[in-house]
Design a protein around this ligand. Structure first.
Ligand SMILES: *Cc1c(COP(=O)(O)O)cnc(C)c1O
Length: 395
């Protein structure tokens, strides 16, 4: 098919839930992507914070290929070694105790919600428990996760959603406190809000929530789907705040492109029993071989150290640019998860960057988001800035 035929048939046969850019991507290598016309792009999107190891990592590819030749799927009626190894590595990296594998971020959230509801039900035998979530949060598109997503635009057409969800103001502990009652079973937050505009939690806020949860026997859920897996410079963002939640959700970079998510619990929140929850594909050997290899490669490539170093370098460059531009009103983020807030929509910036071979994404209309592969180097930051700076200067 020609590039034009692919795009035409895409519009004909794919349900139009995305406004796609007129680009057909064909292959990737390291931090670069190539389209069907042979144009090369420096990628600061990484498939939305997924491709941590960059494209076409041979060790990763080999692990996936050799698992294909072994066994791809077994069902959860049996054990398989890749799932056990991936669960062990996830628990060791996070400090959590139990893992449940699913196929996406939104499913990880569903499992986290069910764990919290089950915990509360086990405790008092009653129903109608409530969850506190944050304004401007993003937790996914399935109906449960959507119920926790503090964004009217995403929620309104699908109401009524799950009842008993209350939204607190992010980084405002009093606002959280005022919503707690005897029915509250969980408080969920992203340690760094992603889709909502790259807002890191303040230390007092996230530690305050931990304390509130302890005092009231409420489960704390950290959604690490975007900010986890090394993105902020530690394996999980909550580790930078010296906080461990009762339930954690992981996806995106966990499989580095293979569709795998997980929710993790401590002993106390491991409330789901046989028959309570399941997934046909969840934890299948193919995706778990990928996740397991991801942990090994993070070690051998020193991914977290790289994120700390290059993240600081990126921070310094963006900060300088922000100081010079009166169109940039804020610069936020941790590690390789940063955002620039503009006074104007960033769509034209993204478009011009793309024309010049740089892929960037937004997080809300006015916020430019930087979530490159975690193996990116200083020279790639320089290359990115060389394209972006003149575009911003001309705004
Ligand atoms: C992307 C994302 C999700 C949803 O993940 P999917 O795999 O798209 O279902 C949930 N929470 C956060 C914080 C995310 O960034």
């Amino acid at each position: 098919m020609t590039t034009q035929e692919i795009m035409n048939q895409g519009e004909e046969y794919l349900l139009h839930t995305y406004n796609r850019y007129p680009i057909v991507l064909e292959k990737g290598e390291g931090v670069y992507l190539y389209d069907t016309e042979g144009k090369k792009y420096l990628d600061f999107c990484a498939g939305i914070a997924v491709f941590a190891l960059g494209y076409n990592n041979q060790d990763f590819n080999e692990a996936v290929k050799s698992q294909v030749d072994q066994i791809i799927h077994t069902s959860n009626y049996f054990y398989n070694e890749p799932a056990v190894s991936a669960a062990r590595k996830l628990c060791q990296a996070s400090g959590m105790k139990k893992a449940f594998f699913c196929n996406s971020g939104t499913e990880a959230i569903e499992g986290a919600m069910k764990s919290a509801l089950r915990y509360a039900y086990n405790k008092d035998g009653e129903t109608g428990h409530e969850i506190i979530a944050m304004q401007h949060s993003f937790h996914g598109r399935s109906l449960g996760a959507l119920s926790l997503t503090g964004n009217a635009h995403y929620q309104d057409p699908f109401k009524p959603l799950i009842s008993g969800i209350h939204f607190a103001e992010y980084n405002n502990l009093e606002s959280v406190k005022s919503l707690i009652n005897e029915k509250t079973c969980a408080i969920i937050l992203e340690p760094v809000q992603g889709e909502g505009g790259i807002y890191p939690a303040e230390k007092e806020f996230i530690q305050g929530i931990r304390k509130l949860c302890d005092e009231n026997d409420i489960l704390m859920i950290c959604d690490e789907i975007q900010c986890g897996m090394g993105r902020t410079g530690t394996m999980f963002a909550c580790q930078q705040y010296d906080v461990l939640p009762d339930i954690m959700t992981v996806a995106k970079a966990l499989g580095c492109g293979m569709p795998v998510g997980a929710f993790l619990t401590n002993e106390k929140a491991a409330a789901l029993a046989p028959g309570d929850h399941g997934s046909t594909y969840g934890g299948n050997p193919l995706v778990c071989a990928a996740a397991s290899k991801v942990f090994d490669l993070y070690e051998s490539l020193g991914v977290c150290a790289n994120v700390k170093r290059v993240g600081a370098y990126l921070y310094e460059k963006l900060e300088k640019m922000a100081e010079k531009s009166d169109k940039i009103v804020a610069h936020r983020g941790l590690g390789l998860m940063q955002g620039l807030e503009f006074t104007v929509p960033v769509g034209p910036v993204i478009q011009q960057a793309q024309d010049q071979g740089l892929i960037l994404i937004n997080a809300g209309t006015n916020i430019l988001r930087f979530v490159p592969p975690l193996i990116v180097k200083e020279e790639h930051v320089d290359e990115m800035m060389a394209i972006l700076e003149p575009i911003v200067a001309a705004l």
